[in-house]
Write a protein that binds this ligand. Sequence first.
Ligand code: SF4
Ligand code: F3S
Length: 104
Amino acid sequence: TYVVTDNCIRCKYTDCVEVCPVDCFYEGENFLVIHPDECIDCGVCEPECPAGAIKPDTEPGLDMWLKLNAEFAPQWPNITIKREALPEAKEMDGVDGKYEKFFS
Ligand code: SF4
Ligand code: F3S
């Protein structure tokens, strides 16, 4: 499966949702997640993210993100149509430690 990682937080560009053939993106207030049981591993979304936040879970160090995607996907509403990025998206793009700031 592919997973949404740290740099989506507070950016939420949403380009990713338009290209997913199985519509498996789910929307929280500050970022999106991919439902790991629905993702068919096509990889189409990865280059679409302007923030580079989407990665295959075969990359090392993504266990925490896989868990977060799996936890929130069933709780959040499905999103299939691109919307405006968050107003602070440009400012927040690439900021370190978004997870710590967002969750603590
Ligand atoms: Fe959707 Fe393919 Fe991305 Fe999985 S890898 S979330 S199926 S676009
Ligand atoms: Fe997030 Fe990138 Fe999609 S910033 S909303 S994963 S296009």
